[in-house]
Design a protein around this ligand. Structure first.
Ligand SMILES: Cc1ncc(COP(=O)(O)O)c(C=O)c1O
Length: 474
């Protein structure tokens, strides 16, 4: 592709993107595509001879958007948001054009140094202690894996990486059963093993891990010859927003010298609003925290920030210095690949810079505050309907509900709610996702999409109440 053809199509692609975002609210939120539909529409073999770009672009328009679920749709209320505010999209266009691989300082000094500054800005924005340092990963799953590997190596006094795990004391890690599945995955991948992820019961208004039960589990494990290594806490759990009391859990963890990691992948963004920081009181005591700005801060996926009080245990766990990656004559520069699992790194700091400067913290706070306030109003409105049960009240902007029908058993209600959810999502005006609470099938609702307005939330309420009545035959 020569420069002029590149220019022509790059401009067309940018225009397509702008038009897509302008009209995305007219599309069904969840893709209506059926399984294998696209596979059947595409040839099984790659072409031997290239085709004109025009043909490619028209196939893209014909085949792809129909098969997309529109995460930037203002009525995307499922899962958690994955926002991509326009300034971050523009940054990604530039990043893709530049396509620097930013593994060490020297392979793009501006990328490294912008990342350092963005992480400092976010430490301030989230109200974290100034001494906290950080790194940008792709996802929270990676950050949690880094934290779990660090817990393991620190507890084994850095023998695991050298000697392997067989013959070592068995490490134990403690968490409630309301943490995200990425914690289980990290436990598997790190070689610690699911049996050594000790589940601590929860209680209280936010379903927090019980500190006495944590202490008892650690004591029992030590008595049985296990090696307690760390505690994983959550603030804003995925299912319905369960949150641990960090102060109380850290008090116990510190007594036993355990490393504490907090998963605040979604809720962490809300901490730019000082009034929500009571939800993570004691955060200054933890060793490591993950927050995904790609969820609720508007910074295009992927962008996951990992903060830690002391970088040295992470570096002792992960840093490796092959001859072919040395930087000479530049003492004191930072090579972020030493803090991460992949060597190669994307230039993610540019989109952080664009979003934080374009909106300013006040612009971002306004969105988050609106989302929280609108979800509280919506819950009060839904409560008025005898057909709806609010199963968990809003934690920030996330709540759960279900459809009621007095004539049905719990099992019948579970099936009814799956049918209710199917009808809601098939209609396409809004998109919601399921979860279970104590065996009950419920529906999650979170507000977090950047273009969502109060009118979209009202439309969601009307849609839920209309389909609720239809489902129970009223
Ligand atoms: C609380 C929480 N932690 C971790 C994750 C995993 O995030 P990622 O996709 O960035 O690995 C999620 C995903 O939604 C989440 O809700």
């Amino acid at each position: 592709m020569d420069a002029e053809e590149f220019r022509d199509w790059a401009l067309k692609a940018a225009n397509w993107g702008v038009d897509y975002r302008k009209t995305v609210s007219e599309r069904p939120v969840r893709s209506p595509m059926q399984p294998s539909e696209l596979i059947a529409a595409l040839p099984g073999e790659p072409p031997e001879v290239g085709v004109p770009f025009e043909e490619l672009f028209s196939d893209f328009e014909r085949l792809i958007p129909h098969g997309l679920t529109h995460w930037q749709h203002p009525r995307f209320f499922a899962y958690f948001p994955s926002n991509a505010a326009p300034p971050s999209v523009i940054a990604e266009i530039l990043t893709a054009a530049i396509s620097a691989q930013c593994m060490i300082w020297q392979t793009s000094p501006a990328a490294t140094e912008l990342e350092t500054v963005m992480l400092r800005w976010l430490v301030t924005a989230f109200g974290l202690p100034n001494e906290f340092d950080g790194v940008v990963h792709d996802t929270a799953s990676t950050a949690t894996l880094v934290a779990v590997l660090t817990m393991r190596e620190r507890a084994l006094q850095w023998r695991g990486n050298q000697e392997g795990l067989s013959g070592q004391q068995r490490c134990r890690i403690y968490a409630s059963d309301l943490v995200h599945s990425s914690i289980d995955r990290a436990i598997w991948i790190s070689g610690i093993g699911q049996e050594n992820l000790v589940r601590i019961p929860t209680d209280g208004p936010h379903n927090s891990l019980n500190p006495q039960a944590l202490r008892a589990a650690i004591e029992t494990d030590m008595g049985a010859g296990f090696l307690p290594a760390g505690v994983i806490l959550c603030v804003g759990g995925t299912s319905f927003g369960a949150s641990d009391q960090i102060n109380a859990a850290c008090e116990v963890a510190q007594e036993y010298g355990l490393y504490v990691h907090v998963d605040a992948a979604w809720a962490g963004s809300a901490m730019i609003c000082p009034e929500f920081r009571s939800l993570w009181q004691g955060i200054e005591l933890v060793d490591s925290i993950v927050i995904n700005p790609h969820k609720w801060l508007g910074i295009q996926f992927d962008c996951s920030t990992h903060f830690f009080r002391d970088a040295s245990p992470i570096l002792k766990t992960l840093a490796i210095h092959p001859d072919y990656l040395q930087t000479y004559d530049k003492a004191g520069v930072r090579d972020y690949c030493e803090y991460t699992i992949p060597l190669g790194r994307r230039f993610r700091a540019l989109k952080m810079w664009f979003v934080l400067r374009y909106y300013g913290l006040e612009g971002l706070r306004t969105r988050i505050r609106n989302h929280v306030a609108w979800s509280q109003v919506l819950v009060e409105e839904l409560r008025q309907s005898p057909l709806i049960e609010i199963c968990t009240p809003p934690f920030l902007s996330l709540f759960t509900f279900r459809l009621l029908d007095q004539s049905l058993s719990e099992e019948g209600l579970n099936l009814l709610n799956l049918e209710f959810l199917r009808r809601i999502n098939d209609e396409g005006l809004i998109y919601l996702s399921p979860t279970k609470i104590d065996g009950r099938q419920v529906i999650r609702f979170q507000i977090g999409q950047f273009d969502c307005s109060e009118a979209d939330v009202k439309l969601a309420k009307d849609c839920i109440l209309r389909l609720a009545a239809e489902c129970v035959g009223h």
